[in-house]
Design a protein around this ligand. Structure first.
Ligand SMILES: [Zn+2]
Length: 339
């Protein structure tokens, strides 16, 4: 580390559990953040400021005005231009700390790309908004022995669990199936920014602790209610000897094949994976122009119809805004693309 580094990170180095050795470990680490919404954007900013070596940002979506109430890093200009979150986040992070290597992936984490996107990192942070992706993260974590920190927030409520797959329970040990109380989405129940920021801050603290060496690690589940200022820690979270993931090593989500269409959290929108092939956005723009208002840049193609807005991404995905009905979204897509 340089003299400049010692000055810049001095308060963190003075914090005894980190120290100069810990700071060097943070500098050498690569962290992948899956989902750059309220949780992921906070984690990314905090880790960039802490001097993390490399950040990989994965997000499938673009910035909207309804994100700005709780999502860090993003500006009104990003929402106006509907910039993909992974791109907007990387730009802002470079302004905050140019020593951090940031790579952005405008993509949905799926069984087919999860190994490529997540392998070789030291730790994974959960910034997702859905359980399908979290169980996929858990499968990757167990299969490749990568620690991760689960986090979720809804309303004023949040939940956090750190997972070190060689040391105790994984997510599937505690929740063999998605917990019913967290199946709700912020679509219906809303969410306040103190809840998302607290969950993300705790996830980031646990991530730093894992990176500098957490020798007496014991898994736990922490629940928080920010409105009531209530924090509860469940101890004695034990490994399930019959856990489908970490005991039987059957990776249901990783081996599950292609992603099904999903309604997106808080968005009145559906994401479709109708093709696995990459899309040539310029060529598609030429085809669609006679049918409506089309705007295209290097990241996305946007088509405005009277009641719906479609966004096509180079990785073959599309987001249909204006409905939560998957069948309707597929039929709108098929009419346009002729699939
Ligand atoms: Zn397990």
């Amino acid at each position: 580390m340089t003299a400049g580094d010692n000055e810049r990170y001095s308060r963190q180095i003075l914090f005894q559990p980190i120290g100069a050795n810990g700071q060097q470990k943070i500098r050498d680490a690569t962290v992948t953040i899956v989902g750059c919404g309220a949780l992921g954007s906070f984690q990314a900013e905090a880790l960039a400021r802490a001097g993390i070596g490399s950040l990989r940002l994965i997000d499938r979506d673009y910035v909207e005005f309804s994100n700005l109430q709780r999502q860090w890093l993003y500006s009104e200009a990003d929402a106006s231009s509907e910039t993909p979150k992974a791109i907007a986040a990387a730009r802002r992070l470079r302004d905050l700390n140019r020593d951090v290597q940031v790579s952005s992936f405008v993509a949905d984490l799926t069984p087919s790309n999860a190994e490529d996107l997540l392998s070789g990192c030291d730790l994974i942070l959960d910034g997702t908004d859905n359980f399908e992706t979290r169980y996929l993260l858990n499968d990757i974590s167990v299969k490749f022995s990568i620690p991760w920190v689960y986090g979720a927030a809804i309303g004023s409520y949040g939940i956090i669990m750190p997972v070190k797959p060689d040391k105790g329970a994984c997510l599937a040990c505690v929740y063999p199936d998605p917990p019913a109380s967290l199946q709700k989405t912020c679509d219906v129940d809303g969410v306040i920014s103190p809840a998302t920021a607290t969950v993300a801050a705790i996830q980031t603290a646990l991530a730093l602790r894992m990176l500098v060496g957490w020798t007496d690690f014991q898994p736990f589940v922490l629940t928080v209610d920010l409105w009531k200022a209530d924090f509860r820690r469940m101890r004695g979270v034990d490994r399930d000897p019959h856990c489908i993931a970490c005991a039987e090593r059957r990776f249901r989500f990783l081996d599950g094949g292609r992603r099904a269409p999903v309604s997106l959290c808080g968005r009145n929108a559906v994401q479709l994976h109708e093709t696995a092939r990459p899309l040539d956005l310029r060529e598609l723009a030429e085809r669609l122009r006679p049918l409506g208002d089309v705007r295209v840049n290097e990241f996305a193609l946007r088509m405005l119809l009277p009641k719906y807005q479609l966004t096509f991404f180079p990785d073959g995905r599309a987001i249909v805004k204006g409905t939560t009905d998957v069948a309707l979204a597929r039929s709108i897509y098929a009419k346009l693309i002729g699939a």
